[in-house]
Write a protein that binds this ligand. Sequence first.
Ligand code: UDP
Length: 400
Amino acid sequence: MITLEDYSRYVDREIIEELHLLAKGLRGIKILHVNSTKKGGGVAEILSRLVPLTNSLGIETNWEVFSGSDEFFRFTKKLHNMLHMPNQGSIDSEDINIYLKTTYDNMQKINTENYDVVFIHDPQPLGLVVKKMKNQKWIWRCHIDTSTPDEKAWSFLELFVNSYDACIFHIPEFVYKNIRIPPYIIPPSIDPLHPKNSEIDEEFIAETVARYGVDASRPIILQVSRFDRLKDPIGVYKAYRLVKKKYDCQLVLLGSYATDDPEGEEVYKEVLSLISEDKDAFALNLPPDSHREVNAFQRMATVVLQKSIREGFGLVVSEAMWKGKPVIGGNTGGIRRQIVEGYTGFLVNTIEGTAYRTRQLLSDESLRRKMGEYAREWVRHRFLIIRHLRDYLMLIKSLL
Ligand code: UDP
């Protein structure tokens, strides 16, 4: 079992002591987290580490998964896209019926009564709040960029959001302008002890890359992402084609499906057909718990991209930065907080811009190394799990 002491290599002793003190004052309370998938995507990734770590501090914390049919997740994916930006669709009475029925079914399955604090992640389980009891604190944890949502989507959320005691956004820009409950800002985090981020031996790295047919002796451009249009895998491929006119390089699009994202398969097939004639482009669809493989590819990559069109946070950016890689990221959402333009990587708006910055990094090893060092330090100070846990406990303390 992981304990706080295991992190003393990465953070100051005082921070660990402060956390112990904070936790002592909260012993006896019970916390529940609810999201909609056990595997795949950033939320599950964070909870899989945050929940055991909170327990190790003596605060009983559980994690429940809200389940639904394909139809339900089709609607919530549309809602997700509409919250990220306008003109992504509309909500009809059939959607609302499915949402309410699924919420009702989950109310029977998920026990929320025994908890003092309930964290609800994203819009899928939002409606569970109708079960909220007087002595409880319910917090909505939003992982989406809701700075310019489709108003219809936000109005739908408002059926439930206003019953919460507080909500949390990743960055101040995401706070919806007419929010009526107290908003807090807490960016996500990565866990340096997770098999995805911990040190791994060179042999395993070389063996993994070779296993998938990638040539370790030539430059590798990498994007790790669920197969999702907002992550722009097609744009990444086009940028790589521009780079390839001048550089002999390979592209690896490493992805997986999440059970709460029904579009994954469709997008994966589109990518496969696009790259079918290109022997240097790889679309690898790995099981969602292939953490060591993701780790190996991130360490082996020459240049890491995250060319998202919209992004809540993009944990993959910090994951790569932690491994000393400069990242070229879409100029959007939480990516802007992680990439300090020109120091820890580059922010890009277009396919041409992505290709330009990729060429620049491919051609300059010392720039890659210097930026990679800054990148790791930036993550160490801002985006590690210890800071995240501390922020959550502080918020709980202030609400209780
Ligand atoms: N991930 C993974 N395998 C994949 C694709 C993604 O393990 O094939 C992980 C990735 O390393 C990261 C998380 O899933 O930890 C994705 O989180 P992020 O915030 O980047 O994006 P989200 O999927 O939540 O939109």
